[in-house]
Design a protein around this ligand. Structure first.
Ligand code: FES
Length: 109
């Protein structure tokens, strides 16, 4: 099935998109597939929790899976990290995420 996710891009524009729960996608890949961030600015490590280019802020109060040690470690080194920061590539799209609202963190230069 598809779930709705609201993604605010780095320009501050909100996009209400449909994301499939049955294609084994993560949030970073969804952002890429909708081209909500320019090529080369998101998903740089390919989803290995090693670059933080996919960092986003979770704005809704969804209960998401705990961060793995790898995600924690990467976020502890990244810029612009907030309490609600997550790595999009570590968020696997699931039905529990219906209605999720996230904002892409600024690009790390
Ligand atoms: S794509 Fe590199 S940490 Fe998510």
């Amino acid at each position: 099935m598809d779930i709705k996710i609201k993604i605010t891009d780095r320009e501050g524009v909100a996009h209400e998109i449909d994301a499939p729960t049955d294609m084994n996608m993560n949030l970073m890949e969804v952002v890429r597939s909708y081209e909500l961030a320019p090529e080369g600015t998101i998903g740089i490590c390919g989803g290995m929790a090693m670059c933080a280019s996919c960092q986003c802020y979770v704005l809704s109060d969804h209960v998401l899976p705990e961060k793995s040690d790898d995600e924690e470690a990467m976020l502890s080194e990244a810029f612009n990290v907030q309490e609600n920061s997550r790595l999009g590539c570590q968020l696997h799209i699931s039905e529990d995420m219906d209605g999720l609202e996230v904002q892409l963190a600024p690009e790390e230069l």
